[in-house]
Design a protein around this ligand. Structure first.
Ligand code: B12
Ligand SMILES: Nc1nc2c(ncn2[C@@H]2O[C@H](COP(=O)(O)OP(=O)(O)OP(=O)(O)O)[C@@H](O)[C@H]2O)c(=O)[nH]1
Ligand SMILES: [Mg+2]
Length: 411
């Protein structure tokens, strides 16, 4: 049976902007069929550990040049152990800044492997592939986010190896199911599918909406499921949506990246199962599912063909979509519940707004157009969009967001 791709998390530590080495390593890993969740540079121990657990990675690779490697690597290992992720190995490199003597100390502190300056990339790749490949098994000891993340991995592996259909629930043993699903105070999550062309600003917008959720629903939890494309030739992937997820660093956010692994729907074939796992956990008030950048005929959430995978579809478009003819061709503009024109700081946005509104009026479905500039914090367009989602999803202000649904909804 074909083994599923290895999943690795890579990052550069706090107070370190040396990201060119890790960028090279990331590309090389993807070229070797590995899925890389890249967290970015200047990353804290807690952000790295939270991401490693939620992404259920095989190992964590750190690239460190700031001279603080002895302490930083040790702290990552220590925090992983404290958070129930002690089985996730930590490795890395840092050119000439990490000496063999340092590496010996680091290995005594639990670091698995340091790659020194001059190590050929092919040798690094071969070693990573043999060292960190291991089957993802259910583990009764896993709790909370660790259990959720492992259930999603098992669903992914099942779909990849053809053991279950894309719409089947995950195959977990009873113990795993108990730890993941139905806590006594189970919530009914509202699930929003977010689609739109590549680079429209889907991830940035979801991040801003996450910040509104955190502000306005102080005791709620939100889950983000980000689909990114696998390379059709190598099978590897750079799962880059997490890099723009600034607010995913809050413990009330569960963020999981999924590679499409050959699925051409705009979502991983395991996404339906992953949505069910998140929904059934009873943990979340709101779930955003981001598709890969989609084309004119795409229907990742089953609006036209069914079954509809989400409660509402949000379609995001930038002002540079072409012209009226291109708008006519986009199928999801007929089916989306919420339509967003993002990048309204672009001079073309004014004309685009009028064209898009005319296109939606032809549908006679009363679809409201939301104009946003997701790249700006505190954008009022994003405030209004969040209020519309909260209203649609019946997000309960009694969970702590007293003002959540009292925001002005009209522009
Ligand atoms: C390129 C570079 C820069 C670039 C960074 C560009 C970028 N975006 O990354 C620029 C010019 C911007 C820069 C700036 C600075 N730099 Co500088 N920089 C370097 C340099 C020359 C090379 C690092 C590099 O990218 N190497 C390429 C990689 C691919 O090769 P490698 O390092 O040999 O790594 C091997 C393995 O370790 C492994 N590896 C590395 N990481 C990882 C990760 C994983 C997961 C794996 C599997 C393997 C792996 O892969 C390679 C395989 O052969 C080093 C000197 C050096 N020789 O290390 C200094 C160096 C790291 N920089 C240094 C300094 C001081 C700075 C500055 C503070 C300078 C200043 N005063 O402004 C700033 C800080 C910037 C910041 N914000 O952090 C010092 C650090 C000293 C220390 N730690 O005590 C160094 C050592 C130079 C020196 N001798 O003084 N720098
Ligand atoms: N000017 C401007 N740039 C924006 C805005 N929103 C997002 N961007 C930028 O657009 C680029 C793409 O944003 P993402 O959020 O990654 O887009 P995406 O749709 O998730 O991209 P894919 O997942 O690759 O399809 C980034 O450089 C963002 O900073 C905006 O409102 N205005
Ligand atoms: Mg994205």
């Amino acid at each position: 049976m074909v083994a599923p791709p290895l999943r690795l998390l890579t990052a550069v530590p706090l107070c370190d902007g040396h990201d060119s080495a890790v960028t090279t390593i990331n590309l090389e890993l993807a070229r070797h069929g590995i899925e890389v969740v890249y967290l970015g540079y200047h990353q804290s121990v807690s952000a790295i550990v939270r991401a490693a657990i939620q992404e259920d990675v095989n190992a964590v690779g750190l690239s460190s040049y700031n001279g603080g490697h002895l302490v930083f690597f040790r702290e990552v290992v220590r925090h992983l152990r404290a958070e129930g992720g002690g089985d996730i190995p930590v490795f890395g490199g840092g050119g000439g800044t990490i000496t063999p003597a340092d590496a010996r100390v680091m290995q005594r502190d639990g670091v698995d492997r340091i790659f020194f300056a001059g190590t050929p990339l092919d040798r690094i790749m071969a070693e990573i592939k043999t060292r960190y490949a291991r089957p993802a098994k259910p583990d009764r000891k896993f709790k909370g986010d660790r259990a959720l993340a492992r259930a999603i991995t098992i669903a992914e592996v099942g779909v990849f190896q053809g053991r279950s259909g894309p719409l089947d629930p995950p195959r977990t043993d009873k113990g795993m199911r108990r730890t993941v699903a139905s806590s006594p105070r189970a919530k009914r999550a509202f699930v929003v599918g977010v689609a739109g062309p590549g680079g429209a600003g889907k991830s940035t917008l979801i991040d801003e909406l996450t910040s509104r959720f955190l502000q306005r629903i102080p005791r709620g939890r939100i889950a983000l499921l980000a689909n990114d494309p696998s390379h059709p030739g190598t099978g590897g992937a750079i799962l880059g949506d997490r890099v723009s997820a600034i607010y995913a660093q809050d413990d009330r956010v569960f963020f999981r990246s999924l590679a499409t692994r050959g699925s051409l729907t705009g979502l991983s074939a395991a996404a339906p199962a992953a949505i069910n796992i998140l929904r059934d956990s009873g943990e979340f008030d709101l779930i955003f599912v981001e598709s890969v950048g989609v084309g004119q005929e795409s229907d990742p959430f089953g609006v036209f063909q069914g079954p509809k995978l989400v409660d509402a579809v949000l379609y995001v478009l930038p002002p540079h979509y072409g012209g009226r003819i291109q708008l006519q061709k986009i199928a999801l503009l007929n089916g989306a519940d919420l339509v967003v024109l993002n990048k309204c700081d672009d001079p073309r946005a004014h004309a685009a707004k009028a064209e898009l509104q005319a296109r939606l009026d032809q549908n006679h479905r009363g679809q409201r157009l939301h104009a946003t500039t997701a790249a700006t914090h505190s954008d009022p367009g994003v405030d209004r969009l969040f209020a519309a989602i909260a209203e649609l999803g019946g997000l309960d202000p009694a969970r702590g967001g007293e003002k959540a649904c009292q925001m002005e909804v009209s522009p």
